[in-house]
Design a protein around this ligand. Structure first.
Ligand code: PMP
Length: 417
């Protein structure tokens, strides 16, 4: 070993989880990690998942054999239909390459490595510098290290305007315009993490127009489809708008989707995900080449992806009754979160807590960027046992009827100082 191997600080989120676990206060509240909790604060196994598990265990598909390198075919093809829509031309005109991944994180890693090895912007020579990945400011902290460990450069684009607590569209468009042609822009497909703030349709159209003008490559990170509105189609609006207009209105060199089923199927630990590469036109030779390059990455890193979760999700996606149940489950989760947002704001208003809080109900998905300062967050943890990330991000899924009034009271106390 090298001398002086440096000990790194604990991952902020998993460190927070460990401090929460050690806290002996009975009224402690975990608003840290982004995992859905039910009204009793407990993890929730979706009814659609329970049905699929029963069905799988009674079927001939139930075994623990290896999957093919590229994954469980009925999972990857159904996963593509979920994000792109049943009527997607990218699917019917065969412009797609899909491969199974280790959930969303693994998808981002595979996408990053694939881009590192095989993507160069149009006006770069073969040995030109690597593409830069542009990330929203702020973004999910892991984005930086996923790409940085691959040796890829990352840059930030303006996103959250702290003073207005809304989207900095002007800053975002100007960065798109000034970035070197053919750069990679990572976009949160829905339920932006950590802010909970998504562009509206008009803003998305402007973003996509600007990306197309500079022939940038959109990389959609889709980790929360169904969590924002409860509707899979609505939450995929931006992705479908981009894909359906490729080769006509939008001149993207290609488009990547990193898809996670951790949250929307509640199978966090089973690592179910996929990477989809959408090409501007049907090109079978290129498709086969890309498929082989993605397969090489999977084969060398994990040999083949995990089977159990993919088989469960495939059952849900390919069995109409289960799909219906899943859609209902998404409504259960997204509407409970919506209700908690509203109750938190009602309580803060009732307490006349200084400041404005309506941004909490305007945001969507699992998280809220509360606007609380690092000092206020530290005091919430130390003095009240309410745990959230230093940036002021709260996982609204951690609120329930039993703790929301307490959390509002604690926020009120730290805001008043
Ligand atoms: N992208 C974003 C924006 C996320 O918030 C997450 C989960 N926190 C992921 C990707 C990946 O999650 P997983 O690897 O569990 O699918």
């Amino acid at each position: 070993f090298r001398a002086n191997i440096k000990q790194l600080p604990a991952d902020p989120l998993f460190g927070l989880k460990a401090r929460y676990a050690k806290d002996l206060r009975s009224n402690k509240v975990d608003l840290g990690i982004g995992a859905y909790r039910d009204d009793n604060g407990k993890p929730w196994i979706l009814p659609s998942v329970r049905l699929a598990e029963n069905m799988l265990q009674n079927s001939s598909e139930y075994n623990h054999e290896y999957l093919p390198i590229s994954g469980f075919p009925s999972f990857t093809s159904a996963a593509a239909r979920v994000i792109l829509g049943d009527d997607s031309k990218a699917i019917s005109e065969n412009k797609l390459v899909s491969i199974q991944s280790l959930s969303g994180t693994g998808a981002l890693h595979v996408a990053g490595l694939f881009l590192k090895n095989q993507y160069k912007s149009e006006n770069e020579s073969a040995n030109a510098s690597l593409p830069t990945i542009y990330l929203s400011n702020p973004t999910w902290a892991n984005h930086f290290q996923i790409f940085n460990v691959l040796g890829l450069k990352t840059e930030s684009y303006p996103y959250w305007n702290t003073s207005t607590k809304s989207l900095d569209l002007t800053g975002l468009l100007s960065t798109i315009d000034s970035a070197p042609e053919g750069s990679v822009f990572l976009l949160h497909a829905t339920a932006h993490n950590p802010t909970g703030l998504d562009p509206n349709e008009e803003q998305w159209s402007k973003i996509l127009d600007a990306l197309s003008k500079k022939r940038h490559l959109p990389l959609f990170d889709s980790a929360y489809q169904g969590f924002s509105s409860g509707s899979l189609a609505k939450d995929a609006w931006a992705v479908r708008q981009a894909v359906n207009n490729m080769g006509s209105k939008y001149q993207f060199p290609g488009l990547l989707i990193c898809q996670s089923f951790a949250k929307n199927v509640g199978m966090y630990g089973e690592r179910v995900g996929a990477v989809h590469v959408v090409l501007p036109s049907n090109d079978e030779i290129l498709q086969n080449a890309i498929q082989s390059q993605l397969s090489k990455i999977i084969r060398s890193e994990i040999s083949n992806p995990p089977a159990y979760g993919a088989k469960i999700v495939s059952k849900i996606l390919n069995t109409p009754e289960l799909y219906k149940q899943w859609e209902q489950d998404l409504i259960t989760m997204s509407s409970r979160i919506g209700k908690m947002r509203q109750e938190l704001v009602n309580e803060l208003n009732r307490l006349e807590t200084p400041g404005t809080w309506n941004h909490i109900t305007e945001q969507q998905g699992m998280f809220s960027f509360t606007g609380l300062t690092p000092e206020q967050v530290a005091s919430l943890e130390k003095d009240h046992g309410v745990y959230l990330v230093g940036s002021g991000r709260a996982s609204i899924a951690g609120l329930n009827p039993g703790n929301v009034a307490y959390v509002a009271k604690c926020i009120d106390a730290v805001v008043r100082g």
